[in-house]
Design a protein around this ligand. Structure first.
Ligand SMILES: [Zn+2]
Length: 107
């Protein structure tokens, strides 16, 4: 399967809350004695975690899609039942999608 082509990559660096201690700088396990916290070794007690996030600079391009459809509404399937073939919805070409159109909008 082809990976989506990356238009350009731009990163933003931001400080986020440390996931290990939930930003508190101290953590506890279920077995930690009551009232005791340990200095989080992931953030060294700061509660802060530097993250590098890929900034959105434009939709990426797929090379493995020729047509685009709206997804079928969610269908409940009971155990043992076959998943029904979703009904065919409006379809547009990938080129039309790239130009900013959506299936069924009637452009
Ligand atoms: Zn931490």
């Amino acid at each position: 399967m082809n990976e989506p082509k990356i238009v350009s990559v731009e990163y933003v660096e931001v400080d986020t809350y440390c996931k290990d201690c939930k930003g508190t700088g101290a953590f506890r396990h279920a077995w930690t004695p009551k009232g005791v916290g340990y200095v989080c070794q992931t953030c060294k007690g700061t509660g802060k975690f530097p993250a590098r996030i890929e900034k959105f600079v434009g939709r990426k391009t797929r090379t493995d899609v020729l047509t685009v459809r709206m997804p079928a509404p969610h269908i409940e399937v009971k155990e043992g039942e076959e998943y029904p073939t979703p009904p065919d919805g409006p379809v547009i070409t990938y080129e039309e999608f790239v130009q900013g159109h959506l299936p069924g909008e009637g452009f």
